[in-house]
Design a protein around this ligand. Structure first.
Ligand SMILES: Nc1nc2c(ncn2[C@@H]2O[C@H](COP(=O)(O)OP(=O)(O)O)[C@@H](O)[C@H]2O)c(=O)[nH]1
Ligand SMILES: [Mg+2]
Length: 380
């Protein structure tokens, strides 16, 4: 019995000793491992996700659009998307006219009311008289004279008054050796800088390269505002020191744009000159100096639509200074009356090319007469 106890005790001691040895052996191994360079970690390859075939066929995203940059909305279809903003703000014109045309009898009073509604909507005297006269004639010979038919006749007349055949394309395509140059002019607060920024976004969305020129050198904040617009879409801005000569900034912008091989240079200008003569001098000089590089392709006059007929008077001053090739009417989403588009175009004989429909980054739409009239009249 004693033998057995001693035997078990010896066995236990032996087992303990073996266990200790194994333990130490492990530790040693660990230390050795630490001295060796770590084994490369085996990376399990990420499962490869192949793009769908449709994506492979899609055009490559232009380099300009980096992940941290905005991807502006495409310009196509913008007016259709934004036109309900017109419907809301233009209720006086659209709803007023449609209410009159829905009357049981279109008597003398009714036509006078149509005329008043158009005048109140800033359509202007000459255009109003013309529209009413043509509409009256057509309503007389109309087959049914139903409100729906009269609405269609009205839409057709308003569209005709907007000269749908005018060329509204923006000349922004580069020439052989130099970029297209777009000059943006207008009075202070009309929305020039905002419009420059929005146009830059439209061009970037269409895959073009752009450079901005901050020729409003009165305040550093003006150049900063423009630069911020550009930075969001990866577009550079050429600036000069505050108070420097705007013409030389504009000249440098075109020079740098040419060297960089961009498609379009957009030049923002100041509008806060106190006298008409000062404005003439400055804008005339900018244009002359820029044209040492070659002719300006597009001169856009930005008008605040809420200023109504005053805007037309203002516009005349600009057309005397520079050859305006297109009008941008801003703030048509606000209290503006849509008729101003008809008046401006008719009195200046210059096409409205773009309209501003909000403060949002992509709230600028190419102008389309038929689409615009549908917006004015609202969806019935
Ligand atoms: N609601 C609205 N506001 C606009 C529009 N376009 C410009 N603005 C605003 O008008 C103000 C003046 O714009 P800005 O571009 O600085 O005018 P600038 O002095 O001619 O350069 C800014 O607050 C803009 O956000 C527009 O289409 N709709
Ligand atoms: Mg400005």
């Amino acid at each position: 019995m004693e033998f057995l106890i001693v035997g078990v005790a010896i066995l236990l001691v032996l087992l303990l000793a073996v266990a200790l040895l194994v333990q130490r052996g492990r530790r040693t191994t660990r230390l050795d491992d630490g001295d060796r360079p770590p084994l490369p970690r085996v990376r399990h390859p990420e499962p490869e996700i192949l793009p769908p075939v449709g994506d492979l066929l899609a055009p490559p995203v232009p380099d300009l659009v980096e992940p941290d940059l905005d991807v502006p909305a495409p310009s196509a279809g913008r007016l259709a998307r934004l036109r309900d903003r017109l419907g809301r703000s233009q209720s006086s014109l659209g709803r007023g006219l449609l209410a009159v045309l829905s009357r049981d009898r279109l008597d003398e009073q009714a036509w006078e009311d149509v005329e008043d509604t158009l005048l109140q909507a800033d359509v202007g005297v000459a255009a109003t008289q013309e529209i009413v006269q043509r509409l009256r004639t057509k309503a007389m010979v109309a087959s049914s004279g139903s409100p729906g038919q009269l609405r269609d006749l009205l839409a057709a007349e308003l569209t005709a008054a907007l000269a749908p055949d005018m060329d509204r394309s923006l000349r922004t395509l580069p020439h052989d050796e130099r970029p297209a140059v777009v000059l943006v002019v207008g009075v202070n607060g009309a929305g020039k800088t905002t419009t420059c920024g929005k146009i830059a976004r439209v061009l970037v969305a269409d895959g073009r390269s752009v450079l901005l020129g901050a020729a409003d050198t009165f305040r550093a904040a003006a150049a900063e505002q423009l630069q911020t617009w550009g930075e969001r879409v990866g577009v550079e801005t050429v600036r000069g020191p505050e108070g420097s000569d705007p013409a030389s900034v504009a000249f440098d912008a075109v020079k740098q744009g040419t060297a960089a091989g961009v498609d379009t240079v957009l030049i923002d200008t100041a509008g806060r000159l106190h006298t008409k003569a000062g404005l003439m001098d400055e804008l005339g000089k900018i244009k002359r100096v820029v044209e040492r590089h070659g002719p300006v392709d597009e001169t856009l006059l930005v008008l605040d639509a809420t200023t109504g007929q005053n805007g037309v008077v203002q516009a005349r001053v600009f057309t005397e200074v520079v050859e305006v090739t297109g009008i941008v009417l801003t703030k048509l989403d606000g209290t503006a009356k849509g008729g101003i588009v008809i008046a401006v175009q008719r009195e200046l004989g210059i096409p409205v090319k773009l309209i501003g429909l909000g403060e949002g980054k992509d709230d600028l739409a190419p102008f389309d007469p038929a689409e615009f009239v549908e917006g004015l009249l609202g969806v019935q």
